[in-house]
Design a protein around this ligand. Structure first.
Ligand SMILES: [Zn+2]
Length: 283
């Protein structure tokens, strides 16, 4: 059963063989790869929002090289610990090309869970790549600030480096459900920034208070990473926010590097839903 809802009227969607449809006659085709587009055109701020095709390919090459595998492993462990039930409903908010979502689903199955796993991302190219590869997961193109998912349907939502829309996350969670948020740690990619910038700075430590949530845990995960080859270094660079912000000289210096040594560090923050966030946030 799907937890997706109609982005036009908010009614639940039924999954038909080739489309999702609501009772008000709104219908959304299921693409050949198996995903559904639930982002209404009037909410698309750019013509084709989110990561483009090349960025999605970079991201997939880098992640599948295993550079961030320890973060994926820790995420899996945390989701298992906070699932609460044997058949949890899991939502990956901002799933990208599905690396974390896919490994998470496999891990839950390997540990005897019977999960229902859903993922969405604003990038059509990312969702397409995800749906093509991870068939056991339901993917949608959708926006973080208006999640087309039923209220109170989700046991665990994960959000890896994606924007945090706390009211929407709160709404879709079951009472007592959890959000596992991955944010960059202080020294994340410091070695990369040393090449890009004359005066690199550390990331600020993030642990925000969110209305309707209690912060119940913080798990830092860090290691040193050595990346060889300019292709893989460029792939990592293309995944970062620095890709858009770096001046030409910094980007040139990085192009000349054929080995990159850097600290990498994720902070996992675990939030428990303790109440309803402001209700009139729904629009
Ligand atoms: Zn509808």
């Amino acid at each position: 059963m799907t937890i997706f809802t109609c982005p036009v009227c908010g009614e639940k969607l039924d999954r038909l063989p080739k489309a999702y449809a609501c009772k008000n006659g709104h219908s959304y085709d299921i693409a050949g790869e198996g995903y559904v587009h639930l982002l209404p055109p009037n909410r698309m701020h750019a013509k084709v929002p989110g990561d483009n095709k090349e960025m999605v390919a970079s991201r997939r090459r880098f992640l599948e090289s295993g550079g961030y595998r320890l973060f994926s492993d820790k995420l899996n462990e945390l989701v298992r610990a906070y699932s609460g039930v044997k058949s949890p409903t899991i939502l990956d908010a901002g799933c990208g090309e599905g690396y974390y979502t896919g490994r998470l689903c496999d891990d839950l199955l390997d540990h005897g869970f019977a999960p229902s796993v859903f993922g969405f991302d604003i990038s059509k190219f990312a969702v397409k790549a995800a749906a093509k590869k991870y068939k056991q997961i339901s993917f949608a193109v959708a926006g973080t600030f208006s999640i087309p998912v039923k209220s109170g349907a989700v046991d665990v939502a994960v959000d890896v480096f994606a924007p945090v829309a706390e009211k929407e996350l709160n709404r879709v969670l079951k009472p007592g459900g959890h959000v596992i948020l991955a944010v960059p740690g202080r020294r994340h990619l410091y070695g990369l920034k040393e090449i890009l910038y004359d005066a690199p700075y550390e990331n600020e430590s993030i642990a925000a208070d969110y209305e309707g949530f209690a912060l119940t845990g913080r798990v830092p995960v860090a290691t040193d990473l050595v990346i060889s080859g300019s292709r893989m270094i460029e792939d990592l660079f293309a995944m970062t926010p620095y890709y858009y912000k770096t001046g030409e000289s910094g980007a040139e210096r990085l192009k000349r590097a054929d080995t990159l040594e850097t600290e990498i560090e994720f902070d996992f923050l675990i939030y428990e839903k303790v109440g309803e966030a402001c209700r009139n946030a729904e629009n």
